[in-house]
Design a protein around this ligand. Structure first.
Ligand code: BGC
Ligand code: NOJ
Length: 815
């Protein structure tokens, strides 16, 4: 069943009913000021950090779902009838409804009794504010007398404290209302140098800033007493719950149209210039006044919107493909890459499923997010790499997470996830392959953000590699620590206390449990490191990683190979996991994908064997599950993985992040058909027709689709923020379509369904635009017969990076 449709021309998803199976959300902002917005205008805003600098409130696990957002109310003053043009929160029946989600903006349009309203929400590039542009059109045939009310609820900045520390919070809320602008300034009198402001382009007929005055005691957002009565109370918040609501009366003649603009913004002032007059307690507004004046003018708001649209055109132009498959085209050209931007910005912090309070930026997550982002804005990828590596521990390890506002490692979660450091090598390699910027390796970067500890980034990578070598277990496989990629495989945890964190509890000394997955990852990281060291003529380093990786490969074949697939791990008792010997959890997806991506078994046939085992035991029509058989009970020695009911999350859910590893592996062994088949199974656009079952947005990947052991098999959850975005982008663009950046240039290596006649790609790479035309006259699924660059056939299929700008045409014949 469809709840909307793709408008590929406009690069939008058009939602046709407010009653989607779940709120279908979008993101506003791409630099510092961000927001989540649902198809009914639910969601919230924050500056840089959803936990520490939250502007507006939002209540998760609420009923009705998705309550709290950027709300408007329209009231027909003649009849007293009122409604929400975004449907929520009044849920009045709308005669027409449409929500268009685009890249960094959302437009919600509706009509009631001939009054059409359309609101465009977006964040202008370079600004810390959001604009709501509301256009009202009277299509009723007669004159109307309307009231428009805006409504947001301010958060007292620290989202966690805001939701818990009521004995304090109910007394500290403060606002100022000056010239119709509502300023939220809780804690500004003391240590905060920042405030929020909510402005409107029209002369106000009233305002409210105290929630209970606006709503009425014990009343909800669906029937605020101020909207019901049609007159604001001009309330001023002193403590309790500060809100922002403007009231504008609008007389619209039949056929008349009017645009009203709102701005919600965030501003910091220098410590010594906070107040105006200086001895007072009132906010110095000199920095925001020009912004308010500027963006409340429709032409300026329009201009900012066009700039944002053009910015996205420029970003998306960097990789455009035309294949015989529409789902592929729209995901690669628009939505997948957009999701990569969002995951780059957000990591796993703020979504409909992530409260923004729990997790900051993940070390491994951010490194992987780079894979799908780096071609868009390499400079920002560079900055991110330097930020991440500055949190690295001196022993080469990593803080598992860090806070985006402070850029410091998060001590609450700490370190000891033994796969973390290796991802840094992969992230840096991806950056260099894309940009050709080798100078990043010489950047001086701190450890643990400590002054005086600086060393070149290159040394950080060396320490990452060394970290694994310093932690080998009884079989010479890498020790797993608290967990590896699978945060829930906690082999040293042994927690029997309810509520204890599986991630931070360690009851065993960690000297026995080992990970085959990390072994594969290590081999892959060593390959990248060898390429990097080679370029620096660091022969000793090349030898070291090549030897270490050869050793590790040997170990995998002796201790990590089960005969038909790669094993997963050894537990704290030295027993194998992910083997025929195990009644439950006998085969896992992760080591198959990671070991094959590292090249293991590609030559000797074992990769194909492992992939056939994946197809036999793990593949479902909705994607490939994480392991089989699912764990039917809680196992103390396995940890969180067995805490989930069978079929969900890490306990045999379709953990979409891992599926592209299998696609890549299938492409590597030459089976383009299978690679593409797996790609389509989880491609959200291809699943649009089963939206009532899939439930999440059809335009972005979800972290998980319930596996075959779950009663809700096929139902997706945790959409938007997932490594799935970057890895699927990598799988489809670099391995299936096969346009792959390497240290020296672009490798052309497609693995596609044999019935494809070909496809074309426009790829901007190191300032050169490659116009690539791939034909497949012999209908093979892998293999390149010839590559012709600007009319000249080259040797092999590697196009060496060329300097300068300009267009290069490339003719590729498969065969
Ligand atoms: C998630 C992990 C996360 C863990 C935290 C799991 O369900 O998939 O990524 O670290 O929960 O408890
Ligand atoms: C989500 C986490 O963000 C990611 O780091 C982890 O690899 C997966 N869950 C699997 O547990």
């Amino acid at each position: 069943m469809h709840y909307g449709h793709f408008d590929d021309q406009n690069r939008e998803y058009v939602i046709e009913t407010p009653e989607t199976p779940l709120p279908w959300i979008n993101y506003l902002g791409s630099e510092a000021y961000f927001g989540l917005i649902s198809n009914t205008a639910g969601g919230y805003s924050f500056y840089k950090d959803a936990r520490l600098r939250r502007l507006t409130r939002y209540r998760y696990n609420n009923s009705p779902l998705d309550m709290g957002g950027r709300y408007l109310y329209l009231r027909d003053n003649a009849s007293g009838k009122y409604w929400s043009p975004s449907w929520m929160p009044t849920r009045t029946k709308l005669d027409k409804y449409e929500c268009r989600h685009g890249q960094g903006y959302t437009i919600i349009t509706s009509k009631v009794n001939g009054i059409k309203s359309s609101t465009r929400y977006f964040v202008p590039l370079g600004e810390s504010l959001e604009i709501w542009q509301t256009t009202l059109t009277n299509e009723s045939g007669s004159d109307s007398d309307l009231s428009l009310f805006s409504a947001i609820e301010f958060c007292l900045w620290d989202a966690n404290d805001d939701a818990t520390n009521f004995q304090r919070n109910y007394s500290i809320g403060q606002v100022e209302i000056v010239d119709g602008v509502i300023y939220h300034k809780t804690e500004y009198r003391e240590r905060r140098d920042h405030f929020a402001y909510f402005a409107c382009s029209e002369k106000l007929d009233g305002y409210d800033t105290q929630r209970e005055s606006f709503l009425g005691n014990y009343k909800g957002w669906d029937q605020p007493q101020v909207v019901e009565s049609g007159s604001s109370l001009n309330s001023e918040a002193h403590g309790w719950q500060p809100i922002g609501s403007h009231h504008i009366k609008v007389q619209l003649k039949a056929g008349e149209q009017k645009q009203i603009v709102f701005i919600l913004g965030y501003q910091e002032n220098p410590k010594d210039d906070k107040f105006d007059p200086p001895a007072s307690q009132s906010i110095n507004k000199k920095r925001v006044k020009p912004l308010i004046e500027k963006y409340l003018q429709t032409e300026n708001a329009d201009k900012a919107f066009n700039t944002l649209r053009n910015h996205w055109t420029m970003l998306l132009e960097k990789f455009q493909v035309s294949t015989p498959d529409t789902d592929t085209n729209r995901m690669v050209n628009i939505w997948n890459v957009y999701q990569c931007m969002v995951t780059f910005n957000m990591s796993r912090s703020a979504s409909y499923f992530e409260s923004g309070i729990g997790r900051g930026m993940g070390f491994r997550d951010s490194n992987q997010d780079l894979l799908g982002f780096v071609h868009m804005i390499p400079e920002r990828a560079r900055e991110r790499i330097l930020d991440i590596s500055a949190t690295q521990l001196k022993n080469g390890g990593a803080f598992h997470q860090y806070q985006p506002l402070t850029k410091r490692g998060n001590n609450d979660v700490g370190s000891g996830f033994n796969d973390d450091p290796a991802w840094l090598v992969l992230g840096v390699a991806a950056y260099i392959k894309e940009s050709g910027d080798w100078s990043i390796l010489d950047e001086q970067v701190q450890y643990e953000n400590e002054e005086g500890t600086e060393s070149p980034l290159y040394e950080h990578l060396q320490r990452s590699i060394q970290y694994t070598l310093d932690r080998l277990g009884p079989n010479n496989l890498p020790l797993i620590g608290r967990a590896d990629w699978n945060d829930c495989l906690n082999l040293n945890c042994f927690s029997d206390t309810p509520g204890q964190s599986f991630q931070t509890t360690t009851n065993k000394d960690g000297t026995v449990a080992e990970s085959v997955f990390i072994a594969g990852l290590f081999v892959l990281a060593c390959k990248e490191m060898a390429g990097i060291a080679q370029h620096r003529n660091d022969k000793a380093q090349v030898d070291q990683v090549e030897n270490a990786s050869a050793e590790m490969e040997k170990t995998v074949w002796t201790a990590g190979w089960d005969g038909e697939w790669f094993r997963r791990a050894y537990d704290n008792f030295g027993h194998v996991l992910g083997s025929k010997e195990n009644a439950e959890g006998s085969i896992f997806i992760e080591p198959q994908g990671m070991c094959i991506m590292a090249g293991l078994g590609v030559e000797n046939g074992n990769a194909v064997k492992a992939l056939d085992s994946v197809a036999e035991h793990l593949a479902t029509p909705h994607g490939i599950v994480l392991q089989q058989p699912a764990f039917s009970q809680y196992y103390l020695h396995l940890g969180e993985i067995s805490s989930y009911p069978p079929g969900y999350k890490e306990n045999a859910g379709i953990f979409c992040h891992t599926n592209p590893w299998i696609m890549i592996s299938e492409a590597m062994v030459g089976r383009g058909e299978k690679a593409f088949d797996y790609y389509k199974r989880i491609n959200p656009s291809a699943r649009e027709g089963i939206s009532e079952q899939h439930k999440c947005e059809p335009y972005v990947y979800a972290q998980m689709i319930a596996g075959k052991d779950a009663p809700t098999h096929g139902e997706a959850k945790n959409s938007w923020l997932s490594g799935t975005a970057a890895w699927n982008y990598t799988a489809i663009t670099q391995y299936i379509l096969g346009i792959r950046p390497t240290f020296n240039g672009l490798k052309i290596d497609p693995a596609v369904p044999a019935d494809w006649d070909g496809f074309t790609i426009k790829r901007k790479y190191r300032n050169v635009t490659y116009l690539i035309n791939v034909t497949n006259p012999k209908h093979v699924s892998k293999g390149v017969e010839s590559v012709t660059v600007n009319g000249k056939q080259i040797k092999g299929s590697m196009i060496r990076a060329e300097d300068g700008s300009g267009e290069v045409t490339v003719e590729v014949v498969m065969g």
